[in-house]
Design a protein around this ligand. Structure first.
Ligand SMILES: Cc1ncc(COP(=O)(O)O)c(C=O)c1O
Length: 463
C-alpha cells in the first residue's frame, strides 16, 4: 500500500507555515493539517491551476464543481470591473433595485426548465436552500397549514452546511457532532442501483421501490405534516449518483398525491453540467422551486438564486402583505457585482454555444472513462452523463464491496493524481469525481485521464 501523506518540509514564514498558523479550513482534518499543511494555489489558466512551487494541475472538478469557464476568463473580469466602477454596491431591501439584479432575474426566468415566476438572490448554495426552506414554511403558513412543515432529503444528498441546509443534507460527516439534523428533517433512501438494488431487480423496479419507500416515509410521518422534498437531479457530493430510469416521475407522482412541494437543488447540475441547461431537463423533473449557484457566475464571485413558481409566489406574496414585509434577505442579495458577472456568464454560455461543446466532449469523457477504467480490478462502477462522472473503487468487484474507509484508499489515489498533475476529489465510497470546467477540450480530457490512469496503476501496485 502506498504510504499515507506525510508532512512535507514546511519553511518558517512560508505561505504554508502562515496558513497552518492562522487558517481554519473547511472540510479538513484540522489536527492533521497542523503537520501536513496546505496545497497553496497561486494562479490559474483555462482548466489548469498552478501551485506555489510552480507545478501545474488540470482541475478535474473545476474547484468545487463550479469554475465552469475555467480560471482566466477575461470577459468575467471586465464585467466585474465595469460594474465595480459604476455601482459597486447596492441592496434590494425595501423595494430598492438595480439593473444587474433585474436583468439577471429576467434571464433566469427565461431560461428556467419549467415556468417560474420570481427569483430571489443569495450568496451560496446553502443560503439558497435555507431560503427555500423558509419559503416553504412561510408558504404553508400562508395557506393556513401550520402543521405541514417537515422536509424530506435523501441519504447521501447534499444541500449545504448552514443549520437548515445541513439538516437536509444526508451525509454523516455533515451531521456528526454538529447537533443536526434539526427536528422535522427526515431522509429517504439513496436511489443508487449499483448498491441499493435487490437481487434480480430491474432499474424500473428499483425506481418503483424508491417511490414506495418515499410514500411509506410520508405516511409514517403523516402527510399533513410533510411540506417539501429536496433532491439534486444527480447527487453530487454524495458520490455522483444517477437515479434509476424513471425515478423522478415516480417520486413526483407520490409528492403530488400528498400536496408536497418539490425543490430541485441545481447547485451542481445547473448550467449544462449534465448535458442540458438544467439537470431537471436531463432527469425529467418538474420543480416548484429551483435553487442554483456555482456555475451561475462560473464562481468568479459568490451568488446563488432561488426560483419559485407562481403558486409559491402567490403564497409568499399574500403572507408578506398580511405581515407587512417578507422579512428575509441578505445584505448582499443580488449584489450588483456578482450579478453582473453572472449575466456575463450566462451570455457566454449562449454566445459560445457551450451546450454544443458539452454535446461533443461529454460523450467523449463518458466513453473514455468506461474504456479506460470499467474493467480495472479496483473499479466497481463508472457512472455519469455530460461532464459529470465518478469512478468508484471497490475491494471486491463481484460483491460491490468497498474498501474499509480506515484504509483511506481514495485519499491515496487523490495524492497520486496530484503527483500526476491532476487535482482530484474523492467522494463517499471511494468514488473519484469528475466535473471539469465546461470549457475542457478532448485533448485536455485525455491528458487528465492519462494522469488518473497512471495514478491508479500506482495505487493498485501498492495494494
Ligand atoms: C447540490 C448542492 N447544494 C448546495 C451546496 C452548497 O453550496 P455552498 O457550498 O455554496 O453553500 C452544494 C455545494 O457543493 C451542492 O453541491
Amino acid at each position: 500500500m502506498t504510504p499515507p501523506p506525510t508532512a512535507t518540509l514546511i519553511r518558517p514564514n512560508s505561505p504554508e507555515a502562515r496558513d497552518i498558523a492562522h487558517v481554519l479550513h473547511p472540510y479538513t482534518d484540522l489536527k492533521l493539517h497542523q503537520t501536513v499543511g496546505p496545497m497553496v494555489i497561486n494562479h490559474g489558466k483555462g482548466v489548469r491551476v498552478w501551485d506555489e512551487q510552480g507545478k501545474s494541475y488540470i482541475e478535474s472538478v473545476a474547484g468545487l464543481w463550479c469554475a465552469s469557464l475555467g480560471f482566466d476568463n477575461e470577459r468575467l473580469v471586465q464585467a466585474a470591473a465595469n460594474q465595480m466602477r459604476k455601482l459597486p454596491f447596492y441592496h434590494s431591501f425595501t423595494a430598492k433595485s438595480h439593473n444587474p439584479a433585474i436583468d439577471l432575474a429576467e434571464m433566469l426566468i427565461e431560461r428556467a426548465p419549467v415556468p417560474m415566476s420570481k427569483v430571489f438572490f443569495a450568496n451560496s448554495g446553502s443560503e439558497a436552500n435555507d431560503t427555500a426552506i423558509k419559503m416553504v414554511w412561510y408558504f404553508n403558513n400562508a395557506l393556513g397549514r401550520p402543521a405541514k412543515k417537515k422536509l424530506i432529503g435523501r441519504i447521501k444528498g447534499y444541500h449545504g452546511i448552514t443549520l437548515a441546509s445541513a439538516s437536509l443534507t444526508g451525509l454523516p460527516y455533515n451531521h456528526r457532532s454538529f447537533d443536526v439534523p434539526l427536528p422535522g428533517f427526515v431522509h429517504t433512501i439513496t436511489p443508487h442501483f449499483y448498491h441499493g438494488a435487490m437481487e434480480g431487480e430491474t432499474e424500473e423496479a428499483f425506481a418503483t421501490r424508491c417511490a414506495e419507500e418515499l410514500e411509506k416515509l410520508i405516511l409514517a410521518e403523516g402527510p399533513d405534516t410533510v411540506a417539501a422534498m429536496w433532491a439534486e437531479p444527480i447527487m453530487g457530493a454524495g458520490g455522483v449518483i444517477l437515479p434509476p430510469a424513471g425515478y423522478f416521475p415516480k417520486i413526483q407522482a407520490v409528492l403530488k398525491k400528498y400536496d408536497i412541494l418539490f425543490v430541485a437543488d441545481e447547485v451542481i447540475c445547473g448550467f449544462w453540467r449534465t448535458g442540458n441547461y438544467w439537470g431537471s431537463q436531463t432527469l425529467n423533473i418538474v420543480p416548484d422551486i429551483l435553487t442554483c449557484a456555482k456555475a451561475l457566475s462560473s464562481s468568479y464571485l459568490p451568488i446563488s438564486a432561488v426560483m419559485v413558481n407562481e403558486r409559491v409566489f402567490q403564497g409568499l406574496s399574500e403572507e408578506s402583505h398580511t405581515i407587512g414585509t417578507f422579512g428575509h434577505g441578505f445584505t448582499y442579495s443580488g449584489h450588483p457585482v456578482p450579478a453582473a458577472v453572472a449575466i456575463e456568464t450566462l451570455k457566454i454560455y449562449d454566445e459560445t454555444r457551450i451546450g454544443d461543446h458539452i454535446a461533443e466532449v461529454g460523450p467523449y469523457l463518458q466513453s473514455e472513462l468506461r474504456r479506460r477504467f470499467a474493467d480495472h480490478p479496483l473499479v466497481g462502477e463508472v457512472r455519469g452523463t455530460g461532464l459529470i462522472a465518478a469512478v468508484e473503487l471497490v475491494e471486491d468487484k463481484a460483491t460491490h464491496r468497498n474498501f474499509e474507509p480506515s484504509r483511506k484508499v481514495g485519499a491515496r489515489l487523490v495524492k497520486l493524481c496530484e503527483a500526476h498533475g491532476v487535482i482530484a476529489r474523492i467522494l463517499p465510497n471511494d468514488s473519484l469525481a469528475f466535473s471539469p470546467p465546461l470549457i475542457i477540450s478532448k485533448a485536455e480530457i485525455a491528458e487528465m485521464l492519462d494522469g488518473v490512469e497512471a495514478a491508479l496503476v500506482e495505487l493498485a501496485a501498492g495494494i
